[in-house]
Write a protein that binds this ligand. Structure first.
Ligand SMILES: [Zn+2]
Length: 559
C-alpha cells in the first residue's frame, strides 16, 4: 500500500481502539518467566506514540492472560467486539496479528465482527493495514496467521508429551522445573550447576549451589525445616521463584535426587480425570552433583530416623491392617469419665461417629456423654490448632525478644553467607556494567538507540543496588548481634518444630488420614470431648441437634 493511500485511510478513522494483549506464559531461553509488566509498558509506549502521530484519542484495552485463555475469560476482547457491533470501532490496533488470537474460535469471532462492520486491523510490528472485509489477500493472511497459532499450540502440546520420556532415556532434562541451584543448558539440554560468566569470560559457580550445600549441612546438624527457612528468609535469600522459603519447598529440596546427579523423570497420564504416573526413568550420574553421596545418604537416614522416632512406619503398619481409621483415632477422651472414647465407622452412612459413652464410674453410675459425628469435631480441632499456632508464634517472638538469640556459630555462618552474597551481587553489578559497555559500543557503531534495552539495564542496576542495600543492612544486624551476647535456645527450636507440623497439617488434603493422625499425635496429647444431650434428643431435627447441642472440646497439647 502506498504511503499516500495509507494516509488517506488513516485520516478517515473515527473510532480507533488499541488492544494490548500480553501473555504471562512467556519464558526466556533459560526457562525463566519474562516479566510481563515490562513488555506491557513497552507495547503501551509504542501504541501511544502511534496514536499521538495520528492525533487519535487513546482508547486502549489491556489484557494480561495466559496462552490458553478462552474467549469468555477475555472481558477486554469481548468489550472490543461489542464496540464493533455497536458501530463504535472502525479500527483495531495491535502489536502483531497473532496478538488478536492464537486460537481458532476466538479469531473467528473477531473476524466475523470485523467483516460485518468493515473494521480495519492495524499491526505495528511490522506496520501493516489489514482490510479483512474487502481485501481477499488480507482476509487470507488473517486466517493463516490465526490457524498457525492454533496449530502451533496443538502440535506443541502433543510433541512435549511424546518427547518427554524419550528425552529422559537419553539423560536429557525434559521437565518444566529445574531445581534451585541448577540451570538447563539449552544446547545440551542437560542440567548444569548455575553459573555466571566473569569479566575474563570464565564460568563461575553462583552462590546457589553453596546455599543448597549449607541447607543440607544445617539439616544434618539437627535443624528443623522451619528454622532453616527462617534463616534463609532472614538473610534475604529467596527461593527459585523469588519467594520466601516455606517448609514444603525445603522438604522437596532435601529429597530431590537431582542434587546427587540423578535424573528422575515421571510420565503422568490422565486416567479418568486423575493424573497417574505411568513410567519413571531413573539415570544416576547424569549431570554434575551439588550434594555428595555421603551427605545425601546421611540426610536420608536422618529423615528415616525422624520417621522411626515419630512412629510413622509402625503406625502405618497398624493402619494397613485396619482399613478405615479416623484422623482422630486414639486421641479423643471422655471429659466426664476420663476414658478413651470409641470411634466407629458406619459403613452404610459413610462416616465416623463417636459413640455414646456408657462406662460405669467408681460409684457404679453410668457415664452419659452423648455421641457425635466426627466431622463436627474435626473442624473444631483444626480451628483450635490454628489459634494454638498463633500462640506459638507469640511465644517465639517473646523468646526472641528476650535475647535468647541464636548461637554464636550460627551468626558466624550467617555473616559468612551474607558476605558471600554481597560479593556475588558486586560481581553481578560488574556483569551489568559489561552489558552496558557492550551496548554503548553497539550504539556508537550502528547509531541506533534501543530504549527498551537501556531501560532494562537501568532496571537491573537499580535492582542490584536495592539488593546490595538490603544485604548490607542484614550484615550490619548480624554483626551487631554477634557483638552482643547471644545464647542457645532449644525452646525456640522446639516451638518451630511444632509450627512445622501445623504447617503440614494445614495442607492435610494431600496427606493420608494415617499421616494426619501421626502428625496430630506429635502435638496433641488428648482431645477432651463432652456432649450433654437432653432425653428427647433423638426426636429433634438434625439442625437443632447440631446447633443447640454442639460437642464441647478442650485440647491438651504436648509440652
Ligand atoms: Zn464417659
Amino acid at each position: 500500500m502506498a504511503a499516500q493511500q495509507e494516509h488517506d485511510i488513516l485520516s478517515t478513522i473515527n473510532y480507533p481502539i488499541g488492544l494490548l494483549r500480553i501473555s504471562t506464559d512467556k519464558t526466556d531461553f533459560s526457562g525463566k518467566k519474562v516479566a510481563f509488566e515490562e513488555t506491557l509498558k513497552n507495547h503501551e509506549e509504542k501504541m501511544t506514540n502511534f496514536f499521538d502521530q495520528q492525533e487519535w484519542e487513546k482508547n486502549f484495552y489491556k489484557e494480561v492472560l495466559s496462552g490458553g485463555t478462552e474467549y469468555e475469560q477475555r472481558p477486554e476482547l469481548m468489550a472490543v467486539v461489542e464496540k464493533i457491533n455497536q458501530g463504535k470501532c472502525d479500527v483495531i490496533v495491535v502489536m502483531e496479528l497473532q496478538r488478536l488470537s492464537r486460537q481458532g474460535y476466538v479469531s473467528q469471532v473477531i473476524k466475523k465482527a470485523v467483516e460485518k462492520f468493515q473494521v480495519l486491523i492495524i499491526t505495528l510490528n511490522p506496520f501493516k493495514i489489514y482490510d479483512v472485509a474487502r481485501n481477499m489477500n488480507d482476509s487470507f493472511l488473517f486466517d493463516i496467521t490465526a490457524s498457525m497459532g492454533e496449530h502451533e499450540r496443538k502440535v506443541a502440546s502433543a510433541r512435549v508429551k511424546a518427547n518427554k520420556i524419550s528425552m529422559a532415556r537419553q539423560g536429557l532434562n525434559s521437565s518444566g522445573s529445574v531445581p534451585y541451584g541448577y540451570v538447563r543448558n539449552p544446547q545440551t539440554k542437560k542440567l548444569e550447576i548455575e553459573f555466571r560468566i566473569d569479566e575474563n569470560g570464565n564460568k563461575v559457580e553462583t552462590e546457589k549451589a553453596g546455599i543448597v550445600r549449607q541447607i543440607f549441612k544445617w539439616y544434618l546438624d539437627g535443624e528443623g525445616q522451619r528454622s532453616i527457612c527462617d534463616r534463609l528468609n532472614d538473610m534475604g535469600i529467596r527461593n527459585k521463584q523469588g519467594n520466601l522459603w516455606v517448609p514444603n519447598s525445603l522438604r522437596y529440596l532435601l529429597t530431590c535426587q537431582t542434587y546427587i546427579g540423578t535424573l528422575v523423570a515421571k510420565n503422568f497420564e490422565n486416567e479418568k480425570g486423575k493424573m497417574v504416573p505411568t513410567e519413571t526413568v531413573v539415570k544416576p550420574n547424569n549431570h554434575p552433583a551439588i550434594i555428595d553421596l555421603e551427605t545425601w545418604n546421611k540426610s536420608q537416614a536422618l529423615r528415616n530416623n525422624k520417621r522411626d522416632r515419630s512412629g510413622i512406619d509402625q503406625r502405618s503398619k497398624d493402619w494397613n491392617s485396619k482399613k478405615n481409621m479416623s484422623i482422630l483415632d486414639g486421641l479423643v477422651y471422655c471429659t466426664c469419665c476420663g476414658r478413651k472414647s470409641t470411634i466407629k465407622w458406619y459403613k452404610d452412612k459413610g462416616f465416623f461417629y463417636i459413640i455414646k459413652c456408657s462406662r460405669f464410674d467408681a460409684n457404679g453410675l453410668t457415664c452419659n456423654n452423648g455421641g457425635a459425628s466426627i466431622k463436627m469435631i474435626e473442624a473444631d480441632v483444626f480451628d483450635k490448632i490454628l489459634s494454638y499456632k498463633e500462640e506459638i508464634q507469640k511465644r517465639i517472638h517473646l523468646f526472641e525478644g528476650n535475647d535468647f538469640g541464636t548461637r554464636l556459630a550460627d551468626l558466624e555462618t550467617q555473616k559468612e553467607m551474607l558476605e558471600r552474597h554481597l560479593e556475588e551481587l558486586k560481581l553481578e553489578f560488574m556483569t551489568i556494567r559489561n552489558q552496558e559497555k557492550n551496548y554503548e559500543r553497539q550504539k556508537q557503531k550502528t547509531g541506533i538507540a534501543d530504549e527498551f534495552e537501556e531501560e532494562m539495564i537501568q532496571q537491573d542496576k537499580e535492582d542490584n543496588s536495592n539488593k546490595r542495600m538490603h544485604v548490607n543492612q542484614k550484615l550490619a544486624e548480624v554483626i551487631q548481634k554477634l557483638e552482643s551476647t547471644p545464647s542457645a535456645d532449644d525452646e525456640i527450636k522446639k516451638l518451630k518444630n511444632k509450627l512445622d507440623i501445623i504447617q503440614e497439617l494445614e495442607n492435610r488434603e494431600d496427606l493420608t488420614p494415617q499421616l494426619v493422625n501421626v502428625l496430630l499425635k506429635q502435638i496433641i496429647l488428648k482431645v477432651h470431648y463432652k456432649r450433654e444431650l437432653p432425653t428427647n434428643f433423638r426426636n429433634l431435627s438434625q439442625k437443632v441437634r447440631d446447633e443447640e447441642y454442639p460437642p464441647q472440646l478442650e485440647i491438651e497439647y504436648i509440652d
